[in-house]
Design a protein around this ligand. Structure first.
Ligand SMILES: Nc1ncnc2c1ncn2[C@@H]1O[C@H](COP(=O)(O)OP(=O)(O)OP(=O)(O)O)[C@@H](O)[C@H]1O
Length: 322
């Protein structure tokens, strides 16, 4: 059995448990987790087969910049799609529309059956709990332990502040350790997050996202900061987790070969438009790379990803682990 508390944490105040969680032991935690991990195959009607649908979506940032230009796409439940395209082609903008960080100027974005643009407040937060997010720079809290970072993935569904690891319900701490075990890092639970390698930190971020029991995972250039070996390890983990959980993964990538090897489908964007939409089966890297080589029609580039910006939307916040 994996120990759940470290000696330094034992002096911390007892966890504040709600009646619902106070009686939850490790067994029930594991069975709750397994319910999530081994979700029985459900009869899927066409609505639940489609996790995400964008219909004629345009995002006009003003000044002639279209982040998305008449995009219509559907992402099926349990699939992995890689978004490819030059810097400034609209990959992050597309991802931000899926969790309501940005709203379309025209068209509709439907996620898990909800018209995202129509959601506000609690209903938007509730949808965001179903959407895990991982980032290029991991967004872990460096001085905090790995385990506590993973526990923060549950903050969106817990009431009140959690100022230390021991303030999380025991069931949450156990589950966080199980998630860490799943990503191969249970032995690092009590290490400071910022002492891990980049690949390890991204695994922790994945474990944190899994604490939400998400149905969709958005990954914005998840391997851009990693060496090639770690990058393949993280993509392989995403692939496994998608299959285990019927998790719909939409990820932006810059490496065509990784997209072909680990995603089922590639969507190529250029100046906010879909210029390639193809299954990766039998897809040739040279063919997919054409979205980078033809420069005609490319809009403003080199502006990078304006992380953290949004539309000034009052509900703004990263859906990942809030
Ligand atoms: N909040 C914003 N305000 C104004 N323009 C924006 C905003 N967000 C994105 N853009 C513009 O929209 C276009 C698409 O940007 P986006 O960040 O989606 O590209 P990207 O493909 O993710 O790029 P990268 O690969 O560098 O992350 C760019 O021209 C960008 O400058």
């Amino acid at each position: 059995m994996i120990p759940i508390s470290n000696p330094s944490a034992r002096s911390a105040p007892p966890p504040t448990q709600t009646p619902a969680t106070a009686s939850t032991d490790r067994t029930s935690t594991l069975s709750a987790q397994n319910t999530t991990l081994d979700r029985p195959a459900r009869h899927l009607d066409s609505a639940s087969r489609t996790a995400v649908r964008l219909q004629d979506v345009t995002k006009d940032f003003g000044g002639g910049v279209l982040g998305l230009d008449d995009v219509s796409l559907e992402f099926d439940t349990g699939t992995i799609t890689a978004l490819l395209g030059l810097s400034g082609s609209g990959k992050s903008t597309l991802l931000r529309h899926l969790n309501g960080l940005q709203r379309p100027s025209a068209g509709t974005v439907s996620v898990l059956g909800h018209d995202v643009a129509s959601l506000r407040g609690d209903s938007l937060r509730s949808l965001r709990r179903e959407i895990g997010v991982i980032f290029q720079h991991f967004n872990l809290i460096g001085p905090m332990s790995v385990l506590e970072n993973v526990c923060t993935g549950r903050l969106g569904s817990l009431k009140g502040p959690r100022l230390s690891l021991m303030m999380y319900p025991k069931a949450v701490r156990h589950e966080a350790l199980d998630k860490l075990d799943r990503v191969g890092l249970a032995d690092r639970a009590f290490q400071r997050a910022d002492t891990l390698s980049g690949g390890q930190q991204q695994r922790v971020a994945i474990a944190r996202a899994l604490m939400q029991h998400p149905r969709i995972l958005l990954a914005d250039e998840p391997v851009a900061s990693l060496d090639p070996v770690s990058a393949r390890g993280v993509m392989s983990l995403l692939q496994e987790i998608s299959a285990e959980n019927r998790l719909t993964v939409v990820t932006s990538l810059h490496q065509v070969q990784l997209a072909i090897d680990f995603a089922e489908r590639i969507v190529g964007l250029r100046s906010g438009r879909v210029v390639l939409d193809q299954s990766t089966e039998g897809l040739d890297a040279a063919e997919a790379s054409q979205i980078y080589t033809s420069v005609s029609g490319i809009g403003p580039t080199g502006l990078g990803s304006p992380d953290g910006q949004d539309d000034g939307d009052p509900d703004h916040g990263h859906g990942g682990h809030a």
